[in-house]
Ligand binder design. Structure first.
Ligand code: FEO
Length: 402
């Protein structure tokens, strides 16, 4: 069935977004069992304005919706609060039919768009607090960097008291009714979206919420999912609660020590390093055989820890897959500067520690040293060395945290 849905939000503002019932995963890793929507809005002010576009594959539908409301050639501004292609995907084609339009966004957004599109675009860079006169309406821009890209802003339509937030306060949830009071219960989708997309940026979420609290808001118009015309306060409060919970999750004296071990040589080294860390002082060592745990559990433990120690045997001059999977769970924004170290057993040339410390450095962890590698089996004569290594790590950790 063709999607020709256009929704009037106020006399001036309409939703002209795309409904995507069929999407199965988003950004490769995010399950989207409720589908999603790409919300774009048309502001029928004296200076006609679009806020966000939609994913490129919906261009024909999108243009048809827009043309029911205006001649695209009359559009003067296209505001992009965030430039990920699910929101900027139709920009190039929109600019073809809206040749006098300027693209409005943060400095980062405009830089990203040049690289995304491959050509210069007519643009207007806006900063926090700046306003843009649409004739009979006024846009005010609100900084929201790192939610969830460095380009992100929010846009407040002063006269209508509407706040356009793109990914912030959104969720992947597709229901044609679109309004929060009409689509049914989408709280699970909202929580999941927060956990996957926003949680690593929780401290930025608190800053953004602080910025919008003084605004007189009637509705929040996000870039995905339900338009929050009735319960926007609930979803802002929930976001604040989730952010505070996420920031409380990290424990200051907790070290994640995760390892894999084929013949328990690396496992024995892990035990001795853990003993050394504990000897350094009041430190909780979260001792984990990664092979016995799901990666979701490993991620939760990494979030809770303030330092990360990884152990892996060297295997054919490489390390093993589960440790690469652990690296995929480390978030350089969330976990930046956590103290880190690597260790393992080896038989031939022992590249494991070098591979792990190199990856840890690239992921913005604070790598203590070149790591500890023990040839084949850790016998009694290496026990002191392993315990001393753990103690050195523990003392470095306590110093860093004091
Ligand atoms: Fe919905 Fe970050 O894009």
């Amino acid at each position: 069935m063709p999607d020709n849905k256009v929704l009037k939000i106020t006399d001036t503002v309409s939703w002209i977004g795309a409904l995507d019932h069929d999407i199965v995963t988003f950004d490769v890793v995010m399950e989207t069992k409720f589908g999603t929507t790409y919300n774009s809005y048309f502001i029928d002010a004296e200076k006609k304005t679009i806020v966000e576009t939609v994913k490129e594959k919906f261009w024909d539908t999108y243009l048809a919706k827009l043309q029911t409301l205006t001649d695209p050639a009359q559009i003067e501004y296209i505001v992009l609060n965030h430039t990920e292609p699910d929101h900027s995907g139709c920009l190039a084609r929109l600019l073809e039919v809206a040749p006098k339009a300027k693209v409005v966004g943060s400095g980062n957004a405009i830089r990203y768009l040049k690289d995304l599109l491959g050509f210069e675009i007519p643009h207007l860079i806006v900063k926090d607090g700046q306003t843009l006169d649409l004739g009979n309406r006024t846009l005010q821009f609100v900084a929201a960097a790192n939610l969830h890209w460095p380009d992100s802003i929010m846009t407040y339509l002063q006269e209508e008291k509407l706040l356009f937030t793109c990914d912030i306060f959104g969720e992947h949830y597709c229901n044609e009714a679109m309004f929060d009071d009409a689509v049914g219960d989408f709280d699970d989708a909202f929580r999941y979206y927060y956990d996957v997309i926003m949680k690593p940026y929780s401290r930025f979420m608190l800053q953004a919420i602080e910025r919008i609290r003084p605004l007189d808001i009637v509705s929040i118009l996000p870039g995905h999912g339900a338009i929050l015309r009735t319960n926007w306060k609930k979803y802002v409060d929930l976001s604040e609660q989730f952010a505070r919970e996420a920031l409380r999750e990290q424990e200051p004296n907790r070290v994640f020590l995760g390892y894999v071990s084929a013949y328990q040589n690396t496992g024995v080294i892990a035990g001795m390093i853990a003993e050394g860390i504990r000897q350094a002082g009041d430190i909780h060592v979260d001792f984990c055989d990664i092979e016995k745990m799901g990666m979701a559990e490993v991620e939760q433990r990494i979030i809770r820890a303030s330092a990360i120690v990884l152990g892996c045997p060297t295997f054919s001059q490489n390390i093993l897959l589960p440790i690469y999977q652990v690296f995929a769970l480390i978030n350089p924004i969330r976990d930046r500067n956590k103290l880190a170290a690597a260790f393992g057993s080896y038989g031939w040339s022992g590249e494991g520690a070098k591979i792990m410390t190199s990856a840890m450095g690239s992921l913005k962890l604070n790598v203590m040293d070149e790591g500890l590698m023990i040839k084949f089996t850790p016998h009694n004569d290496t026990k002191d060395k392993c315990i001393a290594y753990g103690k050195k790590f523990g003392e470095t950790f306590l110093n860093a945290m004091s």
